[in-house]
Ligand binder design. Structure first.
Ligand SMILES: [Zn+2]
Length: 318
């Protein structure tokens, strides 16, 4: 499993599925729901074995549930907790325009409340940071297998296990990356053509996202190699994933200058959970007009507007 791309189904929806049950965001209600299957099991201690077996079969009735259990010993993208026995209601649909747009996310369901009431939300316009000596982010990316999916909100790339970063003494493993147009974050009011979000998670389930900004390069510049490989493997159908034909080196997606801004924020998609460490690379990476056009055809606008800074500290590397 270590060399195969992660199952996209477990980390599909932009940042969304990663944040369904982060430990720091678990409500008492959610904790109660998670505890329910355990109490049901203990109350059935006196039932005959075949009844218990039947119950287990019922629980495994859908392929999806069975797959979740099969993955138990491996990587559970949702932070290691199992889904409650009762079929969870799928999260409400959301989008970037009209009644499903960012201004309405919190109205779509109580689980999206944070999108409206949170005070440490992302993205932000990065300005007035303090310039300090910061350790560079230590990227330990190596060429690996990958798969690409159009999940209905963005183009998302599933990656092989073992791609890590180290920042402020903590190690985070890359879970997936995906794209936004225009870039969600701004720097001193400036916007950018696109950005990539590389979503990492540490052993405790805390998220760290590296944002790479994209600008348009010169007309005669060569295509950006990592983006070229990813675009080549976009599947024809939404929600299907297509494996890339050769290993992908994500180190090629990073800017030469590793200077960055860092602040505490949130997921930029519902449920907008907070406690996310952001690192925004200062130097934009250049894409060709053709590469930008490919994404624009699929997603002309999939960016949440900038959110209030609310006095948060922003640090900038020297
Ligand atoms: Zn994103």
């Amino acid at each position: 499993m270590s060399n195969s791309p992660r199952a996209l189904g477990l980390a599909s929806c932009c940042l969304m599925s990663l944040a369904l049950v982060p430990a720091w965001a678990a409500s008492p209600k959610a904790a109660k729901a998670a505890a329910a299957p355990a109490s049901a099991a203990s109350s059935s201690a006196e039932e005959p074995l075949d009844v218990l077996k039947q119950r287990l079969t019922d629980r495994l009735s859908s392929k999806e549930e069975a797959a979740k259990l099969t993955n138990r010993g491996g990587r559970n993208e949702a932070g290691g907790r199992q889904a409650p026995a009762a079929k969870p209601k799928p999260p409400p649909h959301w989008g970037y325009a009209g009644d499903l747009g960012p201004g309405h996310w919190a109205e779509l369901g109580p689980e999206y409340k944070q999108c409206a009431v949170g005070t440490r939300q992302s993205p932000i316009d990065i300005r007035d940071g303090i310039k300090v000596a910061m350790e560079p982010v230590k990227f330990d990316y190596k060429p690996g297998s990958y798969s690409v999916q159009d999940n209905g909100h963005t183009i998302q790339v599933g990656v092989a296990a073992g791609q890590t970063i180290e920042v402020m003494g903590k190690r985070y493993e890359l879970q997936q990356l995906h794209f936004h147009r225009p870039a969600e974050e701004r720097i001193n009011g400036r916007s950018f053509e696109m950005s990539a979000h590389l979503v990492h998670k540490d052993a405790q389930g805390k998220l760290a996202v590296v944002a790479v900004l994209f600008d348009r390069g010169a007309d005669d510049a060569p295509p950006q190699p990592a983006v070229q490989s990813i675009w080549a493997s976009i599947p024809l159908e939404k929600h299907e994933s297509l494996a890339g034909p050769a290993p992908l080196d994500l180190g090629q997606l990073l800017p030469a200058d590793r200077g960055y801004y860092t602040y505490m924020g949130s997921l930029t998609t519902p449920p907008c959970s907070e406690g996310v460490l952001w690192m925004v690379m200062r130097q934009p990476v250049l894409l060709t007009a053709g590469q930008l056009d490919v994404f624009a055809r699929l997603y002309p606008m999939n960016a949440r507007p900038v959110q209030a800074g609310s006095g948060r500290l922003i640090k900038e590397s020297q």
